[in-house]
Design a protein around this ligand. Structure first.
Ligand SMILES: Cc1ncc(COP(=O)(O)O)c(C=O)c1O
Length: 412
């Protein structure tokens, strides 16, 4: 492996980064340099069990031989060609996505926020042009949601902390309480018919791993049908096998009209996608939306390989099984350390452990304690420990992770 800074100490390297990056991140004092499977190593050779997976991204873990081969082969053939021409990897991934989801059509983007932007633009144009309803351009979104960091997606995000200082936001979003159909109906009524689209994360991830109550999403679909509204699912974090299904909408058989995907889709290569039914997709015609890199052969070849490996290896069942083990062990730890823990929740390999200390201090100490003992994990909202390991994680790794967590909780 080529070392780019052979003469620089790790402290000096981190100092260099913090001196010249824009100051919007607060990374742990770890410089990662390589990975293999569920393990990563820092530049000084320390090994960590990776329960973060690049924030639910490295679906097949690190340096998966199939991914490495696919990316290398693709890089040797053609990396980029733009949407002025067709390319085979993008068509192959499009085939996979339409085969394994409700969608008839796919638009490729490079991130979750971009996939959501595409979804919001498609929904807007569906109203104004296809339906001829320029007054129904408003969108119902949810408190505690997270949809990305562009202007439209922070406007759609129901958490003031992401919006503060960036006002004025897009005024077309209205917010209801997640899991509460009465709140949805109230917001719809107060918007006086201006809402034509509902945008939702079926599980609120960054908002604290909030699970939808039974029947809520089905009720929302019924409301959308009744009031002729498009239902847009943000499955950026819940998709590509993470919940034990290809996408969460299959778990409770609710079919959205539009869906965004990213994170695990490229297995670590930047890739997003907006998926839509034929009916919704007709709102885009040539020239209405585009992305220079979207559908790039390198990224889509990676995405195709991710989906192919999941398909061939029957990984969805594996995610379900090992996810149940992780869930059960988190439940046991929540009970054992009840002075620090409220509850464990989640599905598949999307799991959280809520702490009683909402100040963020306990979470910070636990995350740091895990790093010290060789495990990467992070906290959302300062109080929910999040576990989103690679989908290939095995029972033994889960046990090792829980032993570390047990030890750290016991030492608080
Ligand atoms: C549900 C959801 N939507 C959108 C995004 C934004 O994705 P990206 O950071 O790739 O733009 C995220 C990122 O955490 C997410 O969890």
């Amino acid at each position: 492996m080529t070392r780019l800074f052979p003469d620089l100490s790790t402290d000096a390297l981190m100092q260099r980064a913090t001196s010249h990056y824009t100051p919007n991140y607060r990374p742990s004092a770890v410089v990662l340099s390589r990975g293999e499977g569920v393990w990563v190593w820092d530049r000084d050779g320390k090994r960590y069990l990776d329960m973060v997976a690049g924030i639910a991204v490295n679906a097949l873990g690190h340096a998966h031989p199939r991914m490495v081969r696919a990316i290398r082969e693709q890089a040797e053939s053609i990396i980029h060609c733009s949407n002025l021409y067709f390319n085979e990897p993008a068509v192959a991934l499009m085939d996979m996505l339409t085969k394994h989801t409700f969608a008839d059509r796919v638009f490729f983007a490079n991130s979750g926020a971009e996939a959501n932007e595409a979804a919001l633009k498609l929904a807007r144009r569906y109203r104004t042009v296809v339906k001829g309803q320029p007054k129904r351009t408003d969108v119902l979104a949810f408190h505690k949601s997270f949809h990305g960091r562009t202007f439209a997606t922070i406007s759609a995000t129901g958490q003031p902390k992401y919006q503060k200082g960036f006002e004025p936001l897009m005024p077309t979003f209205h917010f209801a309480d997640f899991g509460d159909l009465a709140s949805v109906e109230e917001v719809l009524a107060s918007a006086k018919g201006n809402i034509g689209t509902v945008l939702i994360e079926p599980i609120q991830c960054e908002g604290g791993l909030n699970m939808p109550p039974d029947g809520f999403l089905r009720g929302l679909r019924a409301l959308c049908d009744k009031q002729d509204m498009l239902l847009v699912y943000d499955e950026v974090q819940t998709g590509v096998g993470r919940t034990g299904e290809w996408f969460y909408n299959e778990v409770d058989a609710v079919r959205p009209d539009i869906m965004s995907s990213a994170k695990g889709l490229g297995g670590g290569v930047p890739l997003g996608a907006m998926l839509a039914t034929e009916e919704a997709a007709q709102a885009f015609v040539p020239g209405t939306h585009a992305s220079t890199f979207g559908g790039n052969p390198l990224a889509t070849r990676a995405g195709y390989e991710v989906m192919k490996v999941i398909e061939e290896g029957e990984l969805l069942q594996h995610v379900y099984d090992v996810g149940e083990e992780l869930g059960a062990q988190l439940d046991a730890l929540a009970e054992k350390h009840s002075e620090h823990c409220v509850e464990a929740r989640g599905i598949g390999l999307l799991r959280g452990l809520e702490l009683s200390d909402a100040s963020g201090e306990t979470a910070k100490r636990i995350v740091a304690g895990c790093v010290e003992r060789g495990m990467l994990m992070n906290a959302i909202q300062g109080r929910v420990l999040r576990f989103v390991p690679p989908l290939i994680i095995e029972s033994g790794h889960v046990r090792a992770a829980m032993e570390i967590l047990d030890d750290v909780l016991a030492g608080l």
